[in-house]
Design a protein around this ligand. Structure first.
Ligand code: ADP
Length: 258
C-alpha cells in the first residue's frame, strides 16, 4: 500500500507514488490488450489449426510462445502490484479448502516439474475449510511452487506440507535448490527484488511475485516468511488465520481440534 507520509514533502512523495502506480496501471492495461489475441493466435498456430508446420517452425513458435507468456506474467504482476499499492485489489471471500487448492496447483505444475525432472512431494495433513479468495490463494501457492521448481537444480525435490497450529493454518513449500544468502532474506519480498539481478541472470522472472504473495496473504490476515541455507534450499511458510465463516467459533471447535 502507498504509505501515508507527513508534511509537504511527504505529501509530494505520496502524490508521486500515486502517479507512478497510475502510470503502471495504464501501461500494463495497454500492453495487455494486444497480447491477449497474440497468445490466442500463437496457440492456434502451434496446434496446427492454421496449417501444418515444419519442425523448425514449431521450434520457433514454441520460443515465441514462451516469451509472450513471460511478457504476460510481467504485465499481470504489474497490474496486481498497482492494484495492491492503490488499495484496489478485490478479494472474493468465500469458503475455501486449502488442500483442494494445493492439489489443483500441483496438477497444473506437473509439466514444469517433469521438464526439470523434479519430484514434487506432498504431506497434506487435514486443515478445516476456512474463508479466503480461492483464486488469490491459488496464485500464492502457484508462485511459491513455481519458484521452488525454478530455483532447484534438475533431479531435485520440492515438498509441500500443511499443518494446523491452533487457529493458524500453515502451508510450507520447501526445496533442495540454490537457497538465498542470509543478507537477502528480508529483501526478497520487496518489489523488483531478485537475488541475481544481472541482465545476464540465469532465471527468468519479474521480482514481483513474492511482493504480491505477501500482499495477498496480509489481506487475509496472515503472514509469509522464509528460512533458507545457501546451496541447500529454502522453505517458505504461509500462515493463514482460521476464519469461522461468519458462524460462532464454538461451532467449529470440533473441526479445529480434528
Ligand atoms: P521472481 O521469481 O519473478 O524473480 P519473486 O518475487 O517470486 O520474483 O522472487 C524474488 C527473488 O527471490 C527471486 O528472484 C529469487 O532471487 C529469490 N527466490 C524466491 N524463491 C526462491 C527459492 N525457492 N529459492 C531461491 N531463491 C528464491
Amino acid at each position: 500500500m502507498i504509505e501515508k507520509k507527513e508534511g509537504i514533502e511527504g505529501k509530494k512523495e505520496q502524490e508521486s507514488d500515486k502517479i507512478q502506480m497510475d502510470f503502471l496501471n495504464i501501461v500494463s492495461h495497454e500492453l495487455k490488450t494486444p497480447l491477449t489475441p497474440m497468445i490466442a493466435y500463437l496457440s492456434l498456430l502451434s496446434k496446427g489449426k492454421l496449417g501444418s508446420l515444419t519442425e523448425k517452425q514449431r521450434g520457433a513458435l514454441e520460443k515465441i510462445t514462451r516469451n509472450a507468456k513471460l511478457l504476460r506474467r510481467l504485465i499481470w504482476d504489474m497490474l496486481d502490484l498497482s492494484r495492491m499499492e492503490t488499495g484496489k485489489m478485490k478479494f472474493h471471500m468465500q469458503e475455501i479448502d486449502l488442500i483442494e487448492i494445493i492439489r489443483d496447483v500441483m496438477r497444473d505444475m506437473e509439466t514444469f516439474a517433469k521438464e526439470k525432472n523434479i519430484t514434487v512431494e506432498s504431506n497434506l495433513r487435514y486443515l478445516p475449510r476456512t474463508e479466503g479468495d480461492r483464486e488469490r490463494i491459488a496464485q500464492v501457492i502457484t508462485n511459491l511452487l513455481d519458484n521452488a521448481i525454478k530455483f532447484t537444480q534438475e533431479n531435485g525435490t520440492v515438498m509441500i506440507e500443511t499443518v494446523k497450529k491452533g487457529y493458524t493454518l500453515v502451508v510450507a513449500v520447501s526445496d533442495t535448490g540454490i537457497g538465498i544468502p542470509k543478507h537477502k532474506l528480508d529483501k526478497i519480498f520487496d518489489k523488483f527484488s531478485q537475488v541475481d539481478n544481472k541482465v545476464t541472470r540465469q532465471y527468468s522472472g519479474t521480482g514481483l511475485g513474492l511482493t504480491i504473495c505477501k500482499g495477498i496473504v496480509k489481506a487475509h490476515g496472515g503472514n509469509i516468511t522464509v528460512e533458507s541455507m545457501l546451496g541447500e534450499g529454502s522453505t517458505f511458510y504461509v500462515r493463514l488465520p482460521y476464519k469461522s465463516l461468519g458462524k460462532p467459533t464454538e461451532m467449529f471447535t470440533e473441526v479445529i481440534k480434528g
